[in-house]
Ligand binder design. Structure first.
Ligand code: UGA
Length: 447
């Protein structure tokens, strides 16, 4: 009989995982503790913007016309325990307030709520990003609290999906990491992922600590790559070099590679910043803090870029204050193709300029509602052109395709001054300069 799967936590990770499991042919029950989320999902609506996810949900959510009916949602842990052979835990692990460490309270609550209902054999699979050592502890919680005792087993199976590509990354992952303690657990995970495995996706079997560490190591490496190129941007700014050319040239060395070498205002979002901090905190607890002190530098290079963007803007506006200046900010989300504004470098820059007296007007294709909630005092415009109208400087801070397709000549007609600062090195400098704009970018020479 086909495996029945449950997914606990329906954020970016869980909602996508649940829909993807239904797409792979399994019967799926998703759970969340937030009633509004469950109501939306039951209607086939996604609580966030993620390309392709709503279509995939609607294809499978029970009760939607023409759907496979394989995907349902609930708030009841007893129902989840009763239904599933495999339970994926996909709740978030944010940064603790006022500390670097990871807040495990949602993971702990999920295990504490599920375990007492597990009366028969089951595999619980952790997907959340957690500090090394958590799986070992949670395995003990599980067997301690579950009436089925040792028949309930844990596996750790980190997730590497990127926002904006969540559906594709979940259905066609570039690797599957399985932290397991038994052949049975490995067999079940191989069954769940039979389709991607048949497509040739590598399956890496590890112990618990390695599986947990793969995830934080991967995100730390990505953060390091970005901060490396941003450090090169700082040196280029000082020495008159061009970081975009530099990245292109070093990227031809396939040991280095071209990806994640886009210099700009740096990384943000709900993962990279908090993951490197939690990793440092955990290494400290383990007495290995020296091994990760470099991540402190990665973090500070990253945060410095935001300040540098503010200073570049001040300079472009004449060098003194932002008072009386109107600044258009194009982009609010932490990356394009997402509505996520968590730790967004774009909004951070917008907020800093606003606090220093600038009149900031933000436009973003998908992030407006979330941005307004987080920064209600900023100005917002309905279109890019409206944001730019009357502006003394235009800041390009999230590289949406829509912004690359803007007509610099038409924008020049409505701006007060033709000054554009590209915080993502993604606009075409020659097109903007040809339309009479002063174009400046991070780590690139002024024309
Ligand atoms: C990241 C990882 O890439 C995923 O593999 C991982 O699964 C996920 O975190 C997670 O832990 O859940 P994501 O947060 O969606 O995914 O975003 P990224 O695509 O990694 O981008 C992060 C930030 O780096 C963005 O603000 C982006 O603008 C910035 N970035 C990226 C650069 O500044 N330069 C680059 O060259 C690349």
């Amino acid at each position: 009989m086909a495996l029945k799967i449950t997914v606990i936590g329906t954020g970016y990770l869980g909602a996508t995982h649940a829909a993807a499991m239904a797409e792979l042919g399994f019967e799926v029950l998703g759970l969340d503790v937030v009633p509004e989320k469950i109501e939306m999902l039951q209607r086939g609506e996604v609580p966030m913007y993620e390309p392709g996810l709503e279509e995939l949900l609607r294809k499978h959510v029970a009760g939607i016309e023409g759907s496979s009916g394989r995907l349902r949602f609930t708030m009841d842990f007893a129902e989840v325990a009763e239904f599933g052979d495999i339970h994926f835990v996909c709740v978030n692990t944010p940064q603790k307030h006022g500390e670097y460490a990871c807040d495990m309270s949602y993971v702990d609550a999920a295990f504490a709520s599920l375990a007492p209902h597990l009366t028969g054999p089951a595999l619980v699979v952790g997907k959340s990003t957690v500090p090394v050592g958590s799986a070992d502890r949670l395995a003990r919680t599980l067997t301690g609290l579950a009436p089925a005792g040792e028949d309930v087993e844990l596996a750790w199976n980190p997730e590497f999906l990127r926002e904006g590509f969540a559906v594709q990354d979940t259905l066609h992952p570039d690797r599957i990491v399985a932290g397991i303690r038994s052949e049975r657990a490995e067999k079940l995970l191989r069954e769940v992922y039979a389709t991607p495995l048949s497509e040739g996706t590598p399956f890496v079997v590890t112990d618990f600590p390695t599986a947990e560490l793969v995830k934080t190591a991967a995100n730390s490496f990505l953060a390091t790559k970005i901060s490396f190129i941003n450090a090169m941007a700082e040196v280029c700014e000082a020495g008159g070099g061009d970081v975009v050319k530099l990245a292109e040239a070093i990227g031809h060395d396939d040991r280095i590679g071209k990806k994640f070498l886009r210099a700009g205002i740096g990384f943000g979002g709900g993962c990279l910043p908090k993951d490197i901090r939690a990793f440092m905190a955990r290494a400290g607890e383990l007495g290995a803090d020296q091994a990760l002190t470099f991540l402190r530098e990665i973090d500070s290079i990253n945060m410095r870029r935001r300040g540098q963007m503010v200073e570049m803007t001040r300079e472009a506006l004449g060098g003194s204050s932002f008072l009386g200046k109107r600044i258009a900010v194009l982009g609010a989300t932490f990356k394009p193709d997402s509505d996520d504004v968590r730790d967004s470098p774009a909004l951070n820059v917008a907020g800093q300029i606003h606090l220093q007296g600038g009149q900031v007007t933000v436009y973003d294709p998908k992030g407006m509602d979330n941005a307004r909630r987080l920064f209600p005092t900023l100005g917002y415009a309905e279109t890019a052109v409206d944001a730019v109208r009357g502006a003394h400087a235009v800041l390009h801070l999230t590289e949406w395709r829509e912004f690359r397709e803007l007509d610099p000549a038409a924008l020049g007609e409505v701006a007060a001054d033709r000054v554009v600062l590209d915080g993502r090195n993604a606009l075409d400098p020659s097109a903007w300069r040809a339309a009479g704009w002063t174009y400046r970018a991070m780590g690139r020479p002024t024309a």
